[in-house]
Design a protein around this ligand. Structure first.
Ligand SMILES: Cc1cc2nc3c(=O)[nH]c(=O)nc-3n(C[C@H](O)[C@H](O)[C@H](O)COP(=O)(O)OP(=O)(O)OC[C@H]3O[C@@H](n4cnc5c(N)ncnc54)[C@H](O)[C@@H]3O)c2cc1C
Length: 382
């Protein structure tokens, strides 16, 4: 049964909340995690983890348990209907791989191993932040309960934050959905990830075992239509849309679509409370930054907690330190993703030419590539 008091209470056991729980496991603090789902997620979405995220997961002792991560050795960036492309290689950034593709579900099961203080089937319905403590009311095994904590961490993905007093969110609807599935191509992927910008939205093909994980962004109606097509027609559409670079496609798995929005809290803290991961900022998946940013949120918060004494837990000073440490990386991630989309979603001929020159210039400038890649891999430090 969850206790009535905790030092740290984490609401939401997705990958960000689970990573924070793991990071605090030897802290001597009473850490409680409440997760609404009864069972582990079988979410099919692929996650491209940066090399920096791998280093964090190694420090958390879970990297070896992540099932079959597929290395990304280079990324090929291009635009449909326009010239210019850029190839980013791991060697340009002095890392063995730019990142690794894993499935959300498999990452979750690696993170959930050896978790203590985690209560599944506990749905938080109300959160209250106060100067002395924060409180969460939740339903568990058919009755209402509450936990009071010195520090409350909201990591519930952001969907339930609207009614929480003190949280202001900004939202931008991209009017796009991502169709996610796995496909087999005629040519080998050779550990190259493809990011192709089209006026309807970006399309990403990521090496995933022998297959490719597809994230095809498009309008919501087209996404529904693509999910409903038979396999042969879907593969033909994909070939037309992506082009010949992988020689066409021969197999597809089940297709699922996700609506896409930018949504972020104007500040990631409230009294005695930190908001992190998707709850703090939900990004478009275009650059595969969302979870990487959320994992850095968790890691930095755990470092601040572990370096402070117990009296400082949840104090305004601790929250100020957290905000300052995360500001540049957080706003950098939001701005970079949103700008990329705005810049690449217009079909105007002059803009297409500017983008083409931009991609060609990036390809010719090793120092610009290195800067961009290291930012994407390790984030920005304030
Ligand atoms: C199509 C797609 C592709 C993506 N690709 C990438 C990628 O390549 N790389 C990358 O870094 N990111 C990617 N992302 C983003 C990534 O999925 C998210 O950033 C990541 O899942 C955020 O983790 P989280 O733990 O913060 O939130 P979530 O994954 O949303 O988890 C929140 C958890 O909180 C629980 N919860 C919700 N409400 C309550 C409640 N009231 N009480 C208790 N528990 C609750 C939920 O059950 C869930 O388990 C992608 C996203 C999409 C949609």
């Amino acid at each position: 049964m969850p206790p009535e008091f905790a030092d740290v209470l984490i609401v939401g056991g997705g990958p960000t909340g689970a990573a924070l729980t793991l990071a605090l496991r030897n802290s001597g603090l009473d850490v409680v995690l409440l997760e609404a789902k009864e069972c582990l997620s079988s979410d099919p979405r692929p996650l491209a983890l940066s090399y920096g995220s791998r280093l964090i997961l190694e420090r958390l002792g879970v990297w070896a348990q992540v099932a079959a991560p597929t290395p990304i050795l280079s990324i090929h960036v291009s635009q449909r209907g326009g010239f210019g492309c850029s190839v980013l290689n791991a060697s340009h950034a002095d890392v063995p791989a730019l990142g690794y593709v894993v499935s959300y579900g498999e990452l979750q099961s690696a993170l959930q191993n050896n978790q203590t203080g985690c209560f599944r089937g506990a749905t938080v319905l109300r959160i209250e932040s106060g100067e002395e403590a924060a409180r969460a009311e939740f339903s568990y095994l058919g009755s209402m309960r509450q936990v009071t904590a010195k520090l409350l961490v909201i990591a519930e993905g952001g969907r339930g934050l609207e009614g929480v007093e003190g949280v202001t969110q900004r939202e931008k609807d991209y009017h796009q959905s991502a169709v996610v599935t796995q496909v087999v191509s005629r040519l080998l992927h050779c550990n190259v990830a493809y990011e192709r910008f089209t006026p309807q939205g970006p399309i990403a093909l990521l090496p995933f075992g022998e297959k490719l994980a597809l994230v095809w962004t498009t309008g919501p109606h087209v996404a529904d239509m693509l999910c409903g097509l038979n396999d042969t027609l879907f593969l033909q559409r994909l070939h037309q849309h992506f082009g010949d670079r992988l020689g066409g496609f021969t197999e597809t798995g089940r297709r699922v679509s996700f609506p896409l929005k930018l949504r972020y809290a104007t500040t990631p803290t409230m009294p005695r409370t930190v908001i992190l991961g998707n709850a703090a900022q939900t990004l478009h998946p275009v650059a595969g930054q969302g979870f990487n940013l959320g994992l850095r949120d968790s890691w930095e918060l755990s470092e601040i907690i572990l370096r402070s004494d117990e009296q400082q837990l949840g104090t305004s000073e601790m929250l100020r330190t957290y905000r300052a440490r995360r500001r540049l990386d957080r706003y950098g991630g939001i701005f970079f993703t949103d700008t990329l989309l705005t810049l690449f979603s217009s079909d105007s001929a002059p803009l297409r030419a500017v983008r083409g020159f931009g991609l060609a210039a990036l390809d010719a400038l090793p120092s610009a590539k290195r800067f961009l890649m290291r930012r994407m891999i390790f984030g920005a430090r304030g």
